[in-house]
Design a protein around this ligand. Structure first.
Ligand SMILES: [Zn+2]
Length: 490
């Protein structure tokens, strides 16, 4: 459809509302009959087409300091571009150009509004490669125990609440708003066993124009009754959800075949997952691995394997569209197998510290060639903020005599995450043609302490380090999603 962006949005919003009306009162008995509904859609389409010929395509000009990455700064010399006074040009939701304001100024059409963030650093949107939306209301649950005790005591009982569609909708909306407020524009998200809960998240993401990857959680053993599902039922529901949501037209939604971890997945369930992946090779796989020593030992005992990764490997689930959260106890051999297959890890430092799971060895993973992204892992993770996630990542590395430079930290939170989710062809930096998700970080300081401390930092790297250590959601001045302002500080 040759509609320019704002009109396409308008057409899409109105038809979504129309579809919603029809869902609650079907055409036969409701306010519209099927014929009127069809006519209304045709009318809206024609009206949008007519108006689109009168309006220019949507362009956006944003000025400020500008930073984006081309490669991992820890592995490559020319890894980033920084403009002290830069201009970002967005055309029809895509990046058109980025560069020095003085050079690009002449390309700005006369009378065009330029949004100028004088104290802002413009960065690609943060990418959270692993989080759980059903755990929103149990973040900071005081368990005193490690992973398996925490799951039994809090997570499993809590997920029962998501049978209630209204609760699921409310949580999904709050969860995504919280991501946006923290500067996260893309996330790979765990849901739960109920398809209604998956619908709730995808609907909320669609309404916000967000790129969200999610899926129903498959599990058929070592779980309480309310979370157990037969592999046949789970497979059928997964297939329906893939057809409903994966790459839905006019949306940025992607599906991930999701299962909790090996101990809750029987060989029969794995066979179904393998069949699904074979049939829908373009969708992602999302699960956990080697988060905790007890879990790792238990998994190998259940499947008679030497290495945890062998379980996923033997069902052909490793690929560049597979994201495994944690990987704290992976061996060199497992990581090398991950490199060969393109499988990625989500490094979740706040969660690993909160549950006492262990210290992820980032430098070993990098040496073995594994692609690593950052994950908040809410609610075992203790913050939605990727800045706070970097704060703990730095400390986790310090405890292993490793260093996380601020440049590598911000790379992991942006392009690194896009690579881990196999989205780097369309997200993660400001190369022309990429989708326009970006954020503005306040470089002057939003709290008295930040103001004071940042006044002593002159180099870019020093400022970034201060922000990733004592910055949080308050440092995010604005979040743009799909070329539009989605949120800004008042
Ligand atoms: Zn998790």
């Amino acid at each position: 459809m040759l509609l320019c962006s704002p009109l396409k949005d308008l057409y899409h919003t109105i038809t979504l509302k129309l579809d919603y009306l029809v869902q609650i009162r079907p055409p036969k008995e409701g306010v519209l009959n099927a014929y009127q509904y069809f006519n209304m859609k045709i009318f809206l389409l024609l009206l949008s087409l007519l108006l689109s010929s009168l309006v220019d395509a949507h362009e956006l000009y944003v000025r400020g300091q500008m930073l984006h990455f081309l490669n991992n700064p820890d592995l490559s010399a020319e890894s980033y571009q920084y403009f002290k006074d830069g201009l970002l040009v967005v055309h029809d939701k895509k990046i058109k150009e980025v560069g020095d304001f003085s050079e690009l100024e002449k390309t700005i059409p006369v009378g065009t509004k330029v949004t100028h963030y004088k104290e802002g650093l413009i960065l690609p949107g943060f990418i959270d490669t692993h989080t759980h939306y059903p755990q929103l209301d149990m973040i900071a649950a005081n368990s005193g125990g490690h992973l398996l005790q925490w799951l039994e005591k809090f997570t499993f009982p809590f997920e029962k609440k998501f049978k209630d569609q209204r609760y699921a909708n409310e949580v999904a909306n709050f969860f995504l708003d919280e991501l946006i407020r923290n500067g996260t524009t893309t996330a790979m998200v765990f849901t739960t066993v109920y398809p209604e809960a998956v619908d709730a998240l995808f609907k909320a993401a669609e309404a916000r124009g967000m790129c969200i990857i999610a899926g129903e959680v498959i599990g058929d053993r070592n779980l309480p009754e309310h979370l157990i599902q037969s592999p046949e039922k789970a497979s059928k529901e997964t297939e329906q959800l893939i057809k409903k949501w994966h790459q839905k037209p006019q949306s940025r939604l992607l599906y991930a075949i999701t299962f909790r971890f090996a101990p809750t997945t029987s060989p029969e369930a794995f066979q179904k997952i393998e069949e699904l992946k074979k049939k829908y090779s373009e969708v992602c796989i999302h699960t956990h691995i080697s988060e905790n020593q007890q879990e790792t030992k238990w998994s190998n005992q259940l499947f008679g394997t030497k290495n945890y990764l062998d379980i996923y490997d033997c069902y052909h689930l490793l690929s560049n569209k597979t994201l495994l959260a944690h990987g704290v106890y992976l061996t060199d051999e497992e990581e090398q197998r991950m490199k060969t297959t393109g499988t990625s890890i989500a490094f979740c430092p706040t969660s690993n510290l909160f549950l006492g799971s262990g210290l992820f060895d980032l430098k070993k993973a990098e040496k073995n060639g594994v692609t690593v992204g950052l994950g908040t892992d809410v609610g075992a993770g203790t913050s939605f903020s990727m800045l706070q996630t970097l704060n703990d990542a730095y400390k986790v590395l310090q405890l292993q005599n490793q260093n996380l430079s601020p440049l590598e930290g911000f790379y992991l939170a942006t392009l690194g995450g896009a690579k881990a989710l196999a989205l780097d062809q369309k997200l993660g930096n400001f190369l022309p043609g990429k989708e326009a998700d970006f954020i503005v970080l306040n470089m002057a300081g939003v709290t008295p302490l930040l103001k004071r401390r940042l006044s002593y930092a002159t180099a870019l790297e020093d400022k970034l380090f201060v922000l990733m250590t004592i910055g949080d959601d308050r440092s995010i001045m604005a979040t743009y999603i799909d070329g539009k302002l989605a949120w800004s500080q008042k």
